[in-house]
Design a protein. Structure first.
Lengths: 357, 360
């Protein structure tokens, strides 16, 4: 769980560089023409180290899932590069690319939808091995048994069908399948969100154990900020296709600098009535804007409370903010990142940043 | 104001299997109060709320026992017609899924006005004006322009606001909100919770809030009931539940949630999985997962009674700390989430195995 020191000579395990994923909006049934672009991911850069967990948070439509899917190669990027161990991942389907891609695996939100209901669990777990021609049939069968044990199921579960398992067990199967090819990186897209509280804790603990045992790196996509804090070394906050703030988890939660991060943190209900009674909340007005036509300048300026407090400076609507360095490893894309008032942070986020009792 | 007594709901799921969805649930909700019902999926939370509203599917579900008193009427005894007149006007529901709660082929204006007109003698135009006013109250911008739009033209948060507008249209005295924000983003969730809070406080509407999210409960409620396998296993004022939980399941829930404050503190999940509804053991349904289980737990379901030693001082009978447990968690065991008595081991299941409760 500790971040290895990034030496200058060694490239990060995974690097996303200026990635853009745009989806065309088309009209017309016979003659299709493109009438616009949804900017799902726009000029996004991100690094992930060995055995590191980076949490990715943001509202629905912010592009979290698109980014995750682009990284594992399920969606072709419009431009930009995804580098694995310093080498760019090439076109989808190329044979040499396939071994490299197998190092990047994904766990999905809904384990019911991501497992074939007509296949036995063992067949689902063995599928990536079969597709990549790994081992003989007997070896694959043994591997499935081992994998089931690794994720805390019994080898007997290989013979079951998905509907015979509980939600937590199905998510364990999804994990076993993702682990089949010994990946280095797992993109977990809301992997624990659909689970009940008591089961979710089991799967969270399992993710941590697997990371320690197998040296895995996680890109952990979730909307639950407390779960993200619990699992992540670093956290990136996305808004309308861009990362607006990025920092070590402890820094981000105790000293948020982007007004959007502050309002996100203040919106999360804290399971402690004494804290809830003391806390003030910054309630954002309105819904996130349409990603097909993002606002000019800073994309957040239409909902920004800080801009209002500062008397609506023109700069926010006119100029796109660059990432400003706050401290080592902590950047925020806001013109006024240094102006987030300390008392606002304290009254909204403050109590949540207290050390554990 | 709302008094539920010994409410039990059974589902006939064919082949002589009877599911005990809700078992002997009793509680009070004062006028203007905010009561939370917490539990995991399948615990019977939603079934309880549907039973109160008498909206259970008639073909498979039946209310086996119980009384539901709203002011001076037992809702269980009312005719369908009387119940229809009461729903919306005195009790209303904010459902979980804002998409299925609205009719996709009717405009928003029609749906809000329809609710008003079903109960009050009013012309369409007048009802539409009232509808626009209501949409304004729930924070929908330019309400008059929105009346002609359809649900799919609204975002999830906006749809949920429309449903709140419909639920509050006739100023009911009781609002049941079943996971009202589960489908929403956290920033939108904050808006909707704020709105629910303001409107209910302003109008003195009592609210029964159903959720699995303990954070929302901490923010919104005065009192919390914890439900497991159709039983209320613990009920107490909200601060009390968080500070001095007594039931091993409540402790397990609290130990299972990561907190932004307790960084690095490992989670202690509850072992095992929730019971399959048609195979509930004879005794306490939580016994198979419980680290505090005694032999008696496998045989006998303890009644929900005032918690000894940790009872909340003062308050009315309904305001105390109630617990259904043979071996409650001691105050010093809460933090560690396991029994501290030296040499204590949870009682194993009885030799005759898990005997399913006789179906009635």
């Amino acid at each position: 769980m500790t971040t290895p020191p990034a030496s200058a000579s060694e490239p990060p395990l995974l690097e996303v560089r200026d990635l853009r994923v745009h989806f065309p909006i088309t009209r017309g049934a016979v003659v299709r023409r493109t009438v616009g672009q949804v900017h799902a991911v726009d000029d996004l850069s991100l690094k992930l180290g060995t055995a590191e967990t980076v949490g990715l948070v943001g509202e629905s439509g912010s592009g979290k899932t698109t980014l995750g899917r682009a990284i594992v190669g399920l969606i072709p990027p419009t431009s930009g590069a995804i580098l694995f161990r310093g080498r760019p991942l090439g076109a989808k389907g190329a044979a040499a690319d396939r071994t490299e891609r197998s190092q990047l695996q994904m766990v999905f939100q809904d384990p019911t939808a991501s497992l074939d209901p007509k296949w036995r669990v063992g067949a689902s777990i063995a599928e990536p091995l079969r597709v990549n021609h790994v081992g003989t049939m007997a070896e694959r069968r043994q591997r499935v048994r081992d994998l089931l044990e690794v994720v805390g199921l019994s080898p007997g579960h290989a013979q079951r069908y998905p509907h015979e398992l509980s939600g937590g067990q199905r998510q364990r199967v999804g994990l076993a399948r993702a682990l089949a090819l010994n990946p280095a990186v797992i993109v977990a897209d809301e992997a624990v969100s659909a689970l009940d509280v008591s089961i979710r804790a089991q799967v969270i603990n399992l993710l941590q154990r697997l990371q320690n045992e197998l040296n895995l790196s996680y890109l952990f996509i979730a909307h639950d900020l407390a779960v993200v804090r619990h699992l992540s070394d670093r956290v990136a906050v996305m808004y309308l296709g861009q990362i607006v703030e990025q920092a070590a988890a402890a820094d981000l939660y105790s000293d948020p600098r982007h007004p959007y991060t502050v309002s996100l943190l203040s919106a999360v209900p804290v399971p402690d009535p004494t804290v809830e009674a003391r806390r003030q909340r910054i309630v954002l007005s309105g819904d996130p804007p349409n990603p097909a036509s993002p606002p000019t300048g800073c994309r957040f300026h239409t909902r920004c409370w800080l801009r209002k407090q500062l008397g609506n400076p023109e700069q926010c609507a006119a100029e796109e903010p660059k990432h400003q360095q706050i401290s080592a490893g902590h950047t925020a894309a806001c013109h006024y990142a240094h102006e987030v008032p300390g008392n606002v942070k304290l009254s909204t986020v403050g109590p949540t940043a207290e050390p554990a009792s | 104001m709302l008094r539920v007594r010994d409410l039990s709901v059974r589902f006939d799921s064919g082949r002589n299997v009877v599911v005990h969805a809700v078992n002997g649930v009793s509680f009070d909700l004062e006028a203007g109060g905010a009561l939370g019902l917490v539990g995991e999926s399948g615990s019977g939370k939603s079934v309880t709320s549907l039973a109160i509203l008498r909206l259970l599917p008639p073909a498979t579900a039946r209310i086996a026992t119980g009384e539901v008193w709203l002011a001076d009427r037992d809702l269980i005894q009312l005719s369908d017609r009387e119940m229809r007149r009461l729903r919306g006007k005195e009790i209303s529901l904010v459902p979980q899924d804002p998409m299925s709660g609205l009719n996709p082929v009717l405009t928003i204006g029609e749906q809000v006005a329809e609710t008003i007109r079903a109960h009050e003698d009013m012309r369409w135009r007048e009802a539409r004006n009232r509808a626009a006013e209501l949409l304004g109250t729930v924070g929908i911008p330019r309400p008059h322009d929105q009346l002609k739009r359809y649900p799919h033209q609204f975002s999830g948060g906006m749809r949920q606001r429309v449903l709140i507008a419909i639920a509050l249209a006739l100023r009911p005295t009781l609002l049941i909100a079943d996971e009202p924000t589960t489908a929403l983003d956290v920033t939108v969730q904050a808006q909707v919770l704020e709105l629910l809070h303001e409107l209910t406080v302003e109008r003195g509407t009592a609210i029964l809030l159903i959720s699995h999210d303990l954070g929302i409960m901490a923010r919104m409620t005065q009192r919390i009931m914890v439900m497991y396998a159709g039983h209320i296993v613990e009920a107490a004022p909200t601060p009390e539940i968080f500070a001095r939980p007594g039931h091993p399941y409540t402790v397990g829930l609290l130990r299972s949630i990561p907190r932004v404050a307790g960084v690095g503190r490992p989670l202690t999940p509850i072992a095992g999985s929730p019971p399959v509804p048609d195979q509930v053991p004879r005794g306490c349904p939580f016994a198979p997962r419980c680290a505090w289980a005694l032999d008696v737990c496998w045989q006998e379901m303890p009644p929900l009674a005032p918690a000894d030693g940790i009872s909340f001082s003062g308050g009315p009978r309904s305001g105390g700390h109630l617990l259904a447990c043979h071996n409650p968690v001691a105050a010093d065991e809460v933090e560690g989430g396991r029994p501290l008595q030296p040499g204590f081991r949870a009682a194993p299941p009885p030799e005759e195995g898990l005997v399913a409760r006789e179906t009635t």
